[in-house]
Design a protein around this ligand. Structure first.
Ligand code: DQA
Length: 144
């Protein structure tokens, strides 16, 4: 079962970016882990990252057209991108929103997610494990 794991802006800098908030796992390590977790769960995981809102919208259109499930860390776009939300609404397969940190325990501007209301579920606050839990949720419920 194919799953797209999509990552938004600044997530390519994981490992060096605010490790006290986002952990010491590098983006490359996260990609390797997601592929391995997916393989264990019988999911064919493809991981992508971009700093561009247009890329994310295009990748969500691709997932919508192919009926593919998505694990999405929208990063800062979480808090204000209606373009991303509108693209998410077009998905027919499940969408799991993930965050490494727990935005609700951070600055007030992070308390709003324009994505949560159109996601199947949200997993936040468990570092890289948030992605593992999201893949488990997709596999375990047969949602993917
Ligand atoms: C994040 C949380 C967002 O508020 C932030 O802008 C990010 C990362 C997370 O994974 O914890 O870039 O999505």
């Amino acid at each position: 079962m194919p799953v797209l794991v999509l990552n938004g802006p600044n997530l390519g800098r994981l490992g060096s970016r605010e490790p006290e908030v986002y952990g010491s796992t590098s983006y490359d390590d996260l990609v390797v882990s997601c592929r391995a977790w997916g393989a264990d769960l019988g999911l064919e995981v493809e991981v992508r990252q971009t700093d561009s809102e247009a890329d994310l919208v295009a990748w969500l259109h691709e997932a919508a057209d192919s009926g593919i499930a998505v694990v999405l860390n929208p990063a800062a776009f979480t808090h204000y991108s209606y373009a991303l939300r509108d693209a998410c609404v077009q998905l027919s397969a499940p969408l799991i929103e993930v965050h490494l940190s727990n935005p609700m325990a951070r600055e007030e501007f992070r308390h709003t997610s324009v994505i949560s209301g159109v996601a199947s579920g949200t997993i936040a606050g468990f570092g890289a494990d948030s992605y593992r839990l999201a893949l488990q949720a997709l596999a375990g419920t047969g949602l993917s």
